[in-house]
Ligand binder design. Structure first.
Ligand SMILES: Cc1ncc(COP(=O)(O)O)c(C=O)c1O
Length: 435
């Protein structure tokens, strides 16, 4: 593509687009699925043992995954899960969160963060975000109250926020800390892996995540009692004995299970992917920062602040424009320049339309929905303290403003040099014309 040919007129106005080939699918881990995953899966199938706790010829895929994962994060315990959503439910359940408690969480999140709290009968308490797109330490300090039991740090879009300050505030207030690392597997903060900062942390291996087994997740912690509670909850509510059979004898672990065990098939895939995680995040990080650095001098294009750029896992590039109108026009112009994904994928999204990632789009929260006619947990007398909590748009000034003015570009883990060049060229061209 000749630079001169599209320097004058935007494609949206009839000019020549920067590119016509869609960008590759996002889905970081999926590009790297290969022989290693196939070999592990084949072993499970040939052994006719897809259940992790017993079978004719168990391959111990989930055991091996847990072992590698706990070592990598530097935690005593790792527990394979059927999903990240289930892992959140087990984490808060293990901490004993329930009616009368509130859990602080950021307004930029995923629906599962809210549902885990509400399902346990507790109250979500929204905290604003800042330019890291993660929880604001200042607002956390302001929102902590007498009912605050725990805080959920959600390391959104590939990287944590100001984790040092956030952890200190939470610890000083005596709060339990849960880290949601679903979107930031492989990220680090000041040299330490995410997942090593809280009392308990969760990961997801769903298809959009940095490594994948299609469905799956992980819970990590150091405390044995917490681990045993999480174990019972993720399974059938009880411990298991050395033969892998349910063991209801110990009265400390007679709880209620959610049936969220990890299968050997998911474990087999995740085990192979874990070996590739650093390559996957390394590829995304270097493509993303190459783009960022080349666009850094454009005035009016404000990039998300990454608290520790070296530890960024890299799957998303977020920039913020001066106004919602400009943001919308900028995104439309980028699309016309060919900054789009394959059919069915997401590449370049005005964050306004980033769905259930924003608190105000979660109608079950905004409308305080209940699954029973009783209206529980909102109607629980123990939760009366939260009667005037508001979840609608406008509740969190910084969060709701950033949602309306930001564009998110997904960074595929297989972007070529040419893809990177085209992305830079398209952003520059659109910025030249619109700003
Ligand atoms: C921040 C966050 N938390 C939790 C989850 C839930 O993970 P899963 O889809 O594995 O249930 C996701 C992803 O979907 C997520 O993005």
């Amino acid at each position: 593509m000749n630079v001169e040919a599209h320097a004058e007129k935007l494609a949206i106005d009839g000019g020549v687009p920067v590119r016509t080939e869609p960008l590759p699918w996002e889905l970081p881990g999926s590009h790297w699925i290969g022989q290693e995953e196939l070999d592990n899966i084949t072993q499970v199938i040939k052994g006719r043992s897809p259940f992790r706790y017993y079978g004719p010829q168990l391959g111990h895929m989930v055991d091996r995954l847990e072992d590698a994962f706990s070592k990598r994060i530097g935690r005593k315990y790792a527990l394979g899960m059927g999903s990240g959503t289930g892992a959140l439910l087990a984490a808060f359940g293990a901490l004993g969160v329930g009616p009368g408690d509130e859990v602080l969480l950021p307004g930029y999140l995923w629906v599962s963060c809210i549902s885990a709290i509400v399902r346990l009968g507790a109250i979500p308490r929204l905290v604003d975000i800042d330019d890291t797109f993660c929880m604001s330490p200042k607002d956390l300090q302001r929102k902590i109250g007498p009912h605050s039991k725990a805080v959920l740090f959600v390391h959104m879009s590939g990287a944590p926020g100001d984790l040092g300050a956030l952890v200190k505030i939470a610890r000083d207030a005596g709060l339990k800390i849960v880290e949601d690392c679903a979107q930031a597997n492989g990220a680090r903060y000041q040299g330490r892996p995410v997942g090593s900062f809280g009392d308990v942390a969760i990961f997801s291996f769903q298809l959009n995540k940095n490594m994948t087994s299609g469905e799956g997740g992980m819970l990590v912690c150091d405390d044995e009692h917490l681990y045993k509670r999480a174990f019972a909850i993720h399974d059938m509510g009880y411990a298991r004995n050395d033969e892998g059979r349910l063991d209801p004898a110990d009265s400390n672990y007679q709880l209620w299970g959610i049936g969220c065990r990890m299968s050997e098939l998911a474990g087999a895939m995740a085990l192979a992917q874990l070996d590739k995680l650093d390559k996957i995040t390394g590829a995304m990080r270097s493509a993303k920062w190459a783009i960022r650095e080349q666009l850094a001098t454009i005035p009016g294009l404000q990039f998300r602040r990454i608290a520790d750029p070296e530890g960024d896992s890299g799957p998303f590039l977020i920039c913020t424009l001066e106004s919602p109108d400009l943001c919308k026009r900028f995104a439309e112009a980028l699309h016309a320049e060919g900054i789009v994904g394959q059919t069915g994928s997401m590449a370049c999204v005005p964050m306004e339309s980033w769905g259930l990632h924003w608190h105000f789009n979660n109608q079950s929260l905004v409308q305080r929905r209940s699954q029973s006619v009783s209206g529980w947990p909102w109607s629980d007398p123990a939760n009366a303290f939260a009667a005037d909590y508001d979840y609608a748009r406008g509740t969190l000034p910084a969060c709701d403003d950033l949602a309306s003015r930001s564009i998110l570009l997904t960074i595929a883990s297989c972007l070529t040099g040419k893809d990177v060049e085209d992305i830079v060229m398209a952003y520059r061209k659109v910025a030249d014309a619109l700003m």
